[in-house]
Design a protein around this ligand. Structure first.
Ligand code: FO1
Length: 310
């Protein structure tokens, strides 16, 4: 069974890790959002790629989900002491990743080649692909401040501004990274990990050819909304600000035109008839991943679900 997983952010990385504990490297490809990427302190930073790679390598900071385990902050503290920007925390070990990625990008290497080499160095056997090697930036439209870059909205302003919409700058010219379309074409099913639909999954589907390639396969999503809330991040707040009640049903409707099945938490079991009424297959389980065992368990449920319905 060959699986494609679309992921962004911490929740997506956790399920990707669970899937990687079960599926052999040649049968799992993880396609990662790069809409959060930005330049900071002169460095090219790819937060979602690093979060997924670190998590599969067992190198991630378990408290935040992003950045590195056993981190120190000597460089960051010095930059801050000198009056540099201190709103985006970059640890010493993490900085090594950004320094080497920036050096290689300036050398003309592609993001996907760099990611492939970093994964080898970190001992990650599975294929982790950026959605594109081209420039694509998620822009958040807000009440009062107009368009903000993603990290300005997400980190610098702590997701406070009221969102009115999103734009994926560069999507019209961005091509899928090498291997992305082929991996989807060879897959048996596509899994949308429990990532933010607006700013983690939608940017991936906005890259030319990815959505249509996925549509030719059975697609199942794991709801990132549990009991009307997101475990981490602004997904529920975004739904409310866009005039949509955050719920499992909202997730089903978000992806409805391409979705075959939805996995969601037992807290929302009473929603099952409404989800089925949309023509979707359903799988109700405990979707909260507290630790590596929890990630494995949810991944196993997802694969059982794929086997049941396809
Ligand atoms: N998120 C924060 O909320 N605060 C930070 O200081 C921060 C630093 C950071 C450094 C490296 C990295 O890879 C991710 C980092 N993130 C931080 C998370 C980042 O904003 C991601 O875009 C989110 O995880 C959403 O995907």
């Amino acid at each position: 069974m060959k699986i494609i997983a679309l992921a962004g952010g911490v929740g997506g990385a956790k399920l990707a890790h669970g899937l990687a504990q079960i599926i052999l490297p040649e049968n799992l490809t993880i396609i990662v959002n790069t809409g959060d990427d930005f330049e900071h302190l002169g460095l090219s930073i790819s937060p979602d790629l690093d979060t997924v790679c670190y998590t599969l390598a067992g190198l991630e900071n378990p408290l935040t989900g992003w950045g590195r385990l056993d981190e120190s902050w000597q460089v960051f503290d010095n930059v801050a002491m000198l009056g540099g920007p201190d709103w985006f925390r970059l640890g010493d070990r993490d900085l090594g990743t950004h320094l080497e990625r920036t050096r290689r990008l300036r050398n003309g290497d592609s993001l996907s080649q760099i990611t492939n080499d970093f994964c080898k160095a970190w001992g990650v056997g599975h294929s982790i692909l950026p959605m594109t090697d081209d420039s694509l930036h998620t822009i958040v439209n807000t009440e009062g401040q107009g368009e903000l870059s993603f990290q300005e909205y997400f980190v610098h302003q702590g997701c406070e501004p009221t969102v009115t919409g999103f734009r994926f700058e560069g999507a019209e010219n961005a091509l899928p990274a090498p291997g992305v379309i082929e991996a989807i074409a060879n897959a048996d099913a596509v899994v949308f990990c429990p990532s933010n639909p607006w700013v983690s999954i939608d940017p991936i589907l906005a890259v030319a050819g990815i959505k249509s390639a996925c549509k030719s396969k059975p697609i199942i999503a794991v709801s990132p909304i549990i009991g009307g809330k997101a475990l981490k991040g602004p997904a529920a707040k975004m739904y409310l600000e866009l005039g949509i009640q955050p719920s499992v049903l909202a997730i089903a409707e978000h992806y409805q035109e391409i979705l075959s099945g939805l996995v969601f938490d037992q807290i929302d079991a009473e929603t099952e008839p409404a989800i089925k009424a949309l023509g979707l297959k359903t799988f109700v389980t405990d979707t909260i991943m507290q630790d590596a065992k929890g990630r494995y368990r949810l991944a196993k449920d997802v694969l059982d679900f794929v086997n049941i319905i396809f």
